[in-house]
Design a protein around this ligand. Structure first.
Ligand code: PA5
Length: 447
């Protein structure tokens, strides 16, 4: 839907006039992105039309080959190499898929930290003969992912012996990094992370699609939704919710609203908040050309749960936030609250109410309470949570982020701050080739 004046929790934003004033600027930002992409030369914009047909075929063939033979998939990756798949599977699988006795697809587990208790704890309960491992690293070198890979490889070797190699799939850059040649030597199946797609934009590449397909997600529907967002992106600013929400975000930042709260009212969309926070923070938190800094700080939240922990601040605290709600119009199940206490009027006002109605009443009530207090907010709506709607929303948010980057005049697609942390970790952990950084850290007293 388009943003309307009553769709933006006011907060001093004169919406119709703001859109009028900035429409041509928004369209120019959109056109600049599309032209760079169409040139085929841009090093970052490959995510706009993911994936190519060949890769989709490979993903589907691998998923078909392994379905039935394995019970569990362990995904090893961090940041952009894990959050997309985690978001998609949490939204689209049965909410308790992994506890089902008759499961329609593999159980998928994400190892995205170097917590030895968690990784060894997971391996303690899995059957090595029925477990696949997908190691995902675009650079093919990230410390956390390599540590997890070493652990899982050793575990498979120990328990299944010679055949371990056919239980590992490596998703990595087609050329760069150590993981690609290693996978070839070992005989692992491999999938590409396109060089012109950054981690946080890779959900619809093999990075997100293989775990999704193995977890039973209709990946073609996911991609159909993304293509619909691409088509909608071409509309003029007055009919283009991607451009309009980019504008609201940009104006909020310019007006000193430095915090962006992202709050889906859905437990199934809880990791969408994590995925979005990474997309936003890594893309827009940058040094400004010519001095200064850009970026509003994303806060991950989930309604209604965080209504009971954070909304007090959002309503009565400083006016330094924009709150974005995500609403699901129709849940999958017609779950209703039973009339189990007919003699308790303080409870039975809920009797027979659909849970979806209660959820959305809470969202509308919170949005209204914020707007009343001059706290800026808007709501993105999904008709339901299915693969096509989710694909549309993911692409919508990536395009929106790219437009805000363009309005800010920064490169939204690199992450020098993250890279520096990786390099310093290599130095501290003794990776060859990082002696100079090790010396510099030692001189600064960091050991
Ligand atoms: O968005 C990004 O670029 C990062 O979050 C990366 O995805 C993350 O650092 C993991 O990198 P890699 O896939 O190279 O292991």
């Amino acid at each position: 839907k388009n943003v309307t004046s009553d769709g933006v929790g006011t907060a001093g934003l004169d919406w119709p006039n703001a859109l009028e004033q900035h429409a041509s600027r928004l369209e120019a930002a959109r056109d600049a992105i599309l032209q760079r992409h169409a040139s085929g030369q841009d090093p970052y914009l490959g995510w706009i039309d993911l994936p190519d047909g060949e890769v989709l075929g490979e993903v589907q063939a691998l998923a078909a080959q392994y379905a039935g033979e394995f019970d569990d998939l362990v995904v090893l990756g961090i940041g952009g190499s894990s959050l997309g798949g985690l978001t998609v599977l949490t939204a689209l699988q049965h909410p308790y898929h992994n506890l089902m006795r008759e499961r329609p697809a593999l159980r998928v587990h994400f190892i995205d930290n170097v917590d030895g208790d968690v990784i060894t704890g997971l391996l303690e309960v899995l059957d090595p003969a029925r477990t696949l491992v997908n190691v995902i690293s675009k650079s093919g070198t990230t410390t956390e992912t390599m540590a997890a890979y070493l652990t899982c490889k050793a575990w498979l070797q120990q328990h299944v012996g010679e055949g371990y190699a056919r239980q590992i799939i490596a998703t990595t850059d087609p050329q760069k990094g150590i993981l690609r040649p290693l996978a070839q030597r070992e005989g692992y199946a491999t999938l590409p992370v396109p060089p012109n797609v950054g981690g946080r934009f890779s959900v619809l590449s093999a990075v997100g699609l293989l775990p999704a397909a193995l977890g039973g997600v209709d990946v073609e529907a996911l991609l159909r939704g993304a293509r619909r967002a691409n088509e909608a992106f071409r509309a003029g600013a007055h009919d283009n919710a991607i451009l309009q929400t980019a504008l609201v975000n940009w104006l909020a930042g310019e007006a000193g609203r430095n915090i962006l709260v992202f709050m889906p009212y859905s437990t199934r969309l809880r990791y969408l908040s994590d995925w979005f926070a990474q997309l936003w923070a890594e893309s827009l938190g940058k040094h400004k050309p010519g001095g200064g800094h850009t970026g509003t700080t994303p806060v991950k939240a989930v309604g209604t749960t965080d209504q009971h922990s954070q909304v007090q601040l959002y309503r009565e605290g400083p006016s330094d936030k924009l709150v974005v709600f995500v609403r699901v119009d129709a849940p999958d199940r017609d779950a209703r609250i039973p009339n189990a206490e007919p003699n308790e009027p303080e409870m039975n006002y809920l009797a027979d109410a659909p849970y979806g109605r209660l959820m959305n009443a809470e969202l509308v009530a919170t949005a209204h309470a914020l707007a009343q207090a001059g706290q800026m907010n808007y709501t993105l709506s999904l008709e339901r949570i299915d693969a096509e709607q989710l694909g549309h929303l993911l692409q919508f948010l990536m395009l929106q982020t790219a437009v805000v980057g363009e309005l800010l005049g920064i490169n939204a697609f690199d992450q020098p701050g993250v890279e520096l942390g990786k390099v310093l970790t290599y130095a501290l952990m003794g990776r060859p080739g990082f002696d100079q950084q090790r010396e510099e850290l030692r001189a600064a007293g960091v050991q």
